[in-house]
Design a protein around this ligand. Structure first.
Ligand code: MG
Length: 372
C-alpha cells in the first residue's frame, strides 16, 4: 500500500470570535492510498499554518514539508514515518506547529492501519481496559456568574457528574475567581467533580491563593494557572496547593511532559493527542506518566475526530477518570461525523468500527469549507 495524497481540509465557522475556543476553524487531515483506503486525522492548531507545514515543497533535507516526505510510502509503517517526518523538519520543527501537523497525520495513519486489517485502533494498541468513559462537560465561563450557573445546572440535568468552566473573565480578580467555585459547588451539590481552567497564567501568589481557597469547595483540579514554561512556579504551586493542579494542553513533545512531571512536579497532565505527536506520541507519554503514577486526563476540546482518537487511547490506560467533552453548541463539533459521538447520561462508548471508527459528513465539509 502506498500514500498517494496528504490533504488538509480547512473548515471555518461563518463568525470567528476572540474567545478561548480552538474549534472555530479546524484542520482535518485526509491521507489517501493507492488501495482506496483513506485515513482521517485532525491537527489541533492554527489551520493555515498547519497547511503550510504539510504542503511546503522540498526546501532542504532538514526543513521539508510533510506531504513531500510521505508520498509513495507505506502508511502502515507508522513508527518509521513518524521518525522520518520528525527528522525531515528538524530545522524548523521539533516542537509546536510541526508536532501539531505531524499529530494530524499520525491519527490518519493509525486510521488507515485499523481499516486495512478491519480492527478498531484500541485493539491495535493491545486492547481496551475500559469500553466506556465518564465524560466531563467542558464549557466556557459565561459573561455573568448567573449564566455560568445556569449552564452548569443544564449539564447536571443531562446526566454529567463532572464539569469544567474556563477562560472568559477568570484570572482577573482572585475574589471573583473564588466566587465562581463557591457558587458552582452550592448549585451542584457535594457529589460532583468541578474543575476550573484559568486559560492564561496568573501571578504565582494569585494561583496559590486559588489553590488554597478552592480546596474549601472541594475542586477536582485547577487547570493552567501558570505559564506552560514556568516549571519552577509549578513545582512551588503543586507543593503548596491543597487543590490538585493540572496542565499540559500547550506542550507538544514527550520531553515537555517529562519536564512537567519531574521538574514541575505535576501530578495531572493534559496532553492533546492532536498536538503532541498523535497516538504514537500519546502512547509514549502515557508510559512515562504511568511509571510515575501521574494521572493523564487528556485535553480534548475540538471535533469528534479528536474525541474518537482520544477515546481509543485512554481506553487502553490503567486509570483515566475522565474524557474531556466540549459541550458548546458548534456545528464543527456536532455535525462533522455521519455518526456523531455523543455521551449518554455523561458516559461515552469507545468506537468499535475499524480504524478510528469515524466517517466525515460531506455536506458539513462543503458547508464550512474555507479557501483562504
Ligand atoms: Mg484548558
Amino acid at each position: 500500500m502506498k500514500i498517494t495524497d496528504v490533504e488538509t481540509i480547512l473548515l471555518r465557522l461563518p463568525q470567528v470570535r476572540e474567545i478561548g475556543d480552538g474549534c472555530q476553524t479546524i484542520c482535518v487531515i485526509r491521507v489517501s492510498t493507492d488501495e482506496g483506503i483513506v485515513g482521517i486525522g485532525e491537527a489541533h492548531t492554527n489551520p493555515l499554518a498547519a497547511r503550510s507545514i504539510i504542503d511546503s515543497p522540498l526546501y532542504s533535507v532538514s526543513a521539508q514539508g510533510l506531504r513531500h516526505v510521505l508520498l509513495g510510502e507505506d502508511p502502515r509503517d507508522i513508527n518509521r514515518l513518524w521518525d522520518k517526518m520528525y527528522r525531515a523538519s528538524q530545522t524548523y520543527g521539533r516542537r509546536g506547529l510541526l508536532m501539531h501537523a505531524l499529530s494530524g497525520i499520525d491519527l490518519a495513519l493509525w486510521d488507515i492501519l485499523g481499516k486495512s486489517v478491519g480492527l478498531p485502533v484500541h485493539q491495535l494498541l493491545g486492547g481496551a481496559r475500559k469500553r466506556a468513559h465518564h465524560a466531563y462537560a467542558s464549557d466556557l465561563s459565561q459573561p455573568t456568574l448567573e449564566a455560568t450557573i445556569e449552564r452548569a445546572l443544564a449539564h447536571k440535568a443531562n446526566g454529567y457528574r463532572a464539569m469544567k468552566f474556563g477562560w472568559g473573565a477568570l484570572g482577573q480578580d482572585r475574589k471573583s475567581d473564588v466566587r465562581v467555585a463557591e457558587q458552582l459547588r452550592s448549585a451542584l451539590g457535594p457529589d460532583f467533580d468541578i474543575m476550573i481552567d484559568m486559560g492564561f497564567a496568573v501571578p504565582l501568589d494569585h494561583a496559590l491563593y486559588l489553590g488554597r481557597a478552592y480546596a474549601e469547595h472541594d475542586l477536582y483540579f485547577l487547570e493552567e494557572p501558570l505559564s506552560p514554561d514556568d516549571l519552577g512556579g509549578f513545582a512551588k504551586l503543586v507543593a503548596a496547593s491543597p487543590t490538585p493542579i493540572a496542565t499540559g494542553e500547550k506542550a507538544s513533545h514527550e520531553l515537555d511532559y517529562i519536564d512537567l512531571m519531574d521538574r514541575g512536579q505535576l501530578r495531572i497532565i493534559q496532553p492533546d493527542i492532536a498536538r503532541m505527536g498523535g497516538i504514537s506520541g500519546m502512547l509514549r507519554v502515557i508510559a512515562h506518566a504511568e511509571a510515575r503514577n501521574v494521572r493523564v486526563i487528556p485535553h480534548c476540546w475540538s471535533t469528534d475526530i479528536l474525541v474518537a482518537a482520544t477515546l481509543h487511547c485512554i481506553s487502553t490506560m490503567r486509570d483515566c477518570p475522565y474524557l474531556e467533552f466540549n459541550v458548546t453548541d458548534n456545528p464543527l463539533r456536532t455535525d462533522l461525523l455521519v455518526e456523531p459521538i455523543r455521551p449518554d447520561r455523561g458516559v461515552i462508548q469507545v468506537p468499535e468500527q475499524p480504524g478510528l471508527g469515524i466517517e466525515l459528513r460531506e455536506d458539513t465539509l462543503a458547508r464550512f469549507r474555507w479557501q483562504p
